[in-house]
Structure formats: C-alpha cells, structure tokens
Design a protein around this ligand. Structure first.
Ligand code: NAD
Length: 452
C-alpha cells in the first residue's frame, strides 16, 4: 500500500502544498534485505563511555566489532561526519548526578546521528539492587531513551534501552546485533531486559543462525506470518507453515516460495494439538522454534458484541495457543534451547476501542510469556511476546481510510510498519543469540503513541 504523505511530498506539484499545510514528511525507512550474514554493520559506531565507568563496555565493544563495525569512543573531529550506530554504556549510572552523563554524551552529537541510525543505551537492571535510588536512576534511563526516540524518530532513527543484569553482559552480542542493525527498523522506544535466567546454548553459530532447526509458524500463509516464514527460512530453518483450509492457495504459494512445509489445520479444532503432535512425530521429531502468529479480530464495542465474536477471538488468539503449548511441552516436542514467540499486540499493552475481546487475549499472551519463561529457563528455552503496532496486512487493510491513516501515523516514525518489520523481531527472538531475553514483550510499533 502506498504512503499518501510520502507520495504527496515526493510529487513536484503537490510538495509545496504539502509543506504549506505542514503535513508531516515521513522518512523512507531502510530495511534489511537478506539474513544477518548479508547485512554486516558498516562504518563508524560510537561507543560512549561515561567517566564513571560501567560493566558492559567490553561486551558492547566486542559485539559491535564482531558484527563488523569500527568502534571509536567519540565521533570524529570533523563535524560533517556522522555515526550510524551510537551505543552508550550507562550501566555505571547509580545516582541522580550520574544523569549528567546522558546529557553530556548525547547533547553534542544529536545532529550527527545518521538518518536511519540506531541508538542503544545499556542500563543497569532496575530491580537488581536493593537501593531504591539506584533502582529509580536505572529506570529513568528508559524515560530518557524513549524521549530521545521521539526526537530522533523523524530521521528514522530507532532508540532502545537494554537493561543488563550484572553477570549477563556476555549475552549482549545478539541484542546488539538486532537493536543496532537494519533489522530493528520499526522497533523504537523499547526497553529489553537481558539476564542470565536461561541456560546458555551449547554453541552459538555465527552464520545461518537457524541451520538445523525446525520451526512452526501458525497462520503462516499470509501477512506477518508469511514474512516470518520467509525470515526463518533465510536464516536456515526448516519451516512448517500452518494455516486453515480456506487459505489453501496462499498456503501453497507461500510454501513454494520459501521452501516451507505446508500444514492445513484449524488451531481451534478440538483435536488440533493431537493432530499437530502426530504431524511433528511423522516429520521426524520436535520443534526448535514455535511462533504463535495466527490471530483474528472481531471488532465491536462491548455493548454490540455478539457472543460468537467474543468466543472466536478468545479461542483462536488464546485458548488454542495454551492447548498447543501444553500438548507440545508434555509430549516432549519442543526441544531444549527452543524458542517460543507469541504475537501479542499494542492493543494488549494499551487496550483499544472496540477491541475488548482482542485486547484481553493479546494482554493474556504478554502475561503468558512472562509466566512461561521461568518454567522453561532450565531447559534453555526462551518464551517472549512481540506486540506489533500498525502493520500493513489484510487485517489492517479492512479498516476505513481515516482510521487507517490515524492508526498508522501516531508513532515516532509517522508511518505504518511492514510485515517484515515484525518478522525481523520474531527472527531475533527465535535465534540462539537471544538467550539473554526471556519473558519479555517487545513492541514493534515505530514507538507508537498508544500505550507508550
Ligand atoms: P492476517 O489476518 O493477515 O493473518 C492471520 C493468519 O492467521 C491468516 O493466514 C489466517 O488464515 C490465520 N488463522 C486465522 N485463524 C486461524 C486458525 N483458527 N487456525 C490457523 N490459522 C488461522 O493477520 P496479520 O495482520 O498478519 O496478523 C498476524 C498476527 O499479528 C495476529 O496474531 C495479529 O493479531 C497480530 N497483530 C497484527 C497487527 C497488524 O497491524 N497487522 C497488529 C498487532 C498484532
């Protein structure tokens, strides 16, 4: 779908009127084309190290260098030179006075961060220490980072925070790779916790991160699910793409395009968990990656909502997911070091008009990921949710024009996301390198206003 504001600003005759009317001009976002290996970091990365020190500097430097960046602790003297990646080690911030380091680090370089650049701030884990002031100082870094994201969003720059538990610094590599790479195009204003809660994988492959892994994507025939099938395939996974019979043609074409294995199944069928378990056994074993993407909306205000619209949403978006997880986990069909990703929504974070049914299920998945994570940690399994904002798919194409325009503009990047943007976040959380992240919900919403 074309972006009407970009079209107007890009048209020689219409552009002066668009400017005179003060219409916002969304930046064209850079997106990754291939997998991680096809997109090494290039050019200069600035690693900002405040005088007080911190415990993540070395891990951040190694992560950036391993991904291909040349790292300097300051921007070059030449004012015209910009940095595409800026990372700050703020893990040494412990008192209100330490906040001055945030100002001193970023104020001089605000105009020198490149269009479509990335900023990542490593902060101490707020709940780590017993000292309330230290906890508050850590939490405040998120406020700084989110506000920075709103200022820099107009240049397509994404700003995120990584709360790093002391002792979990070695888990930053995958986090830096995602949040400082092109893959995080539509992820901004987020704070992710990096901890040592999950057992480390036996090996961390550099290339083809998912080679030898088997993944299942529900609702994979089209939309975000299709983009996930593509991304996981690009990273080398063998992907099973599940969808309902009504999507037969799309399912066939998606599987043909990405070499995926089709599975026609309605996840709400009473015997779906058994059918799925049997199918997986027939395929020679279990799964390494499970992406619960299938989901539907039946929007109505609660007073106008029919009971069947309530039930269908609860069954597809929530009940079926818990039933499938129970069957796969009890049947030993999710392997050690596995990854589960649940597709929540910003409606689950913030609630939304006319979506009591949908928001209940999507909020439930946020709670479910958080509750599953500690139960699976000893086996090296991570469970996380992603919460997309406005992503252009068949689901959002159904909305009336003005609702769509407003929904897609109310974010720091002033535009809708693409299915690929959500798929990139799923691919990161499905990768072996995401072993520091579990129980989290990360939004992919261009730093949407809703629930921010
Ligand atoms: P979509 O409607 O384009 O695709 C959903 C897929 O799920 C379809 O292929 C559909 O056939 C499948 N599906 C539906 N019911 C199923 C069932 N019972 N069994 C198996 N498959 C079933 O939707 P999308 O926009 O790609 O959304 C994908 C996920 O992302 C959903 O969970 C949705 O709630 C979530 N999400 C989307 C957006 C957005 O802006 N598009 C925003 C937030 C969250």
């Amino acid at each position: 779908m074309s972006d009407i504001l970009k079209t107007l600003h890009g048209n020689r005759l219409a552009a002066p009127f668009a400017r005179a009317l003060g219409l916002p001009k969304p930046v064209t976002l850079a997106r990754a084309a291939g997998g991680y290996e096809a997109q090494p970091f290039s050019g200069q990365a600035a690693l900002l190290l405040p005088a007080g020190g911190g415990y993540a500097a070395q891990a951040l430097r190694s992560a950036l260098e391993d991904a291909g960046a040349s790292v300097a602790s300051a921007l070059p003297e030449d004012e015209r030179q910009q940095a595409g990646i800026v990372v700050m080690d703020a893990t040494g911030c412990r008192s209100p006075a330490d906040y001055r380091a945030l100002y001193d680090s970023f104020h001089p370089i605000m105009r020198r961060i490149a269009r479509n650049g990335r900023v990542l701030i490593a902060a101490p884990l707020p709940e780590a220490g017993g000292d309330p002031v230290q906890a508050a100082v850590a939490r405040g870094i998120e406020g700084f980072s989110r506000s920075l994201g709103k200022e820099l969003g107009r240049k397509g720059i994404c700003v995120n925070t990584a709360y790093v538990a002391a002792g979990a610094e070695d888990r930053l590599a995958g986090v830096v790779r995602f949040f400082c790479g092109k893959q995080s195009t539509y992820v901004s204003g987020q704070a992710v916790r990096v901890t040592a809660r999950v057992a480390a994988p036996r090996a961390l492959p550099q290339a083809q991160a998912m080679a030898g892994k088997t993944a299942l994507v529900t609702g994979g025939a089209r939309g975000i699910g299709k983009a996930i099938v593509e991304r996981l395939s690009q990273e080398g996974a063998r992907v099973i793409c599940l969808d309902v019979a009504a999507t037969a043609e799309e399912l066939r074409s998606t599987c043909a395009q990405f070499g995926a294995i089709p599975l026609t199944l309605d996840i709400t069928a009473p015997d779906a968990p058994v059918q799925l378990a049997d199918f997986l056994r027939g395929q020679g074993g279990g799964l390494d990656i499970l992406v619960h993407n299938a989901g539907v909306t039946r929007d109505r205000t609660l007073s106008n909502m029919k009971p069947q619209d309530w039930d269908v949403v609860v069954n597809i978006n929530f009940a079926a997911i818990t039933a499938i997880d129970a069957a796969l986990l009890s049947g030993g069909l999710l392997r050690d070091e596995g990854r589960i990703v649940y597709l929540s929504s910003i409606s689950g974070v913030a609630g939304n008009f006319g979506q009591t049914n949908y928001a209940a299920t999507k909020a439930a998945l946020i709670g479910y990921a958080a509750a599953q994570a500690p139960l699976l940690a000893a086996r090296g399994i991570c469970a996380n949710a992603i919460a997309p904002g406005f992503i252009e798919t068949a689901m959002t194409a159904k909305l009336p024009f003005f609702t769509r325009e407003i929904g897609s503009r109310l974010n720091a990047l002033m535009q809708a996301g693409q299915p690929r943007d959500a798929a990139e976040l799923v691919a990161f959380l499905s990768s072996p390198g995401a072993y520091g992240v579990s129980g989290e919900t990360i939004r992919v919403c261009g730093q949407g206003v809703m629930g921010a």
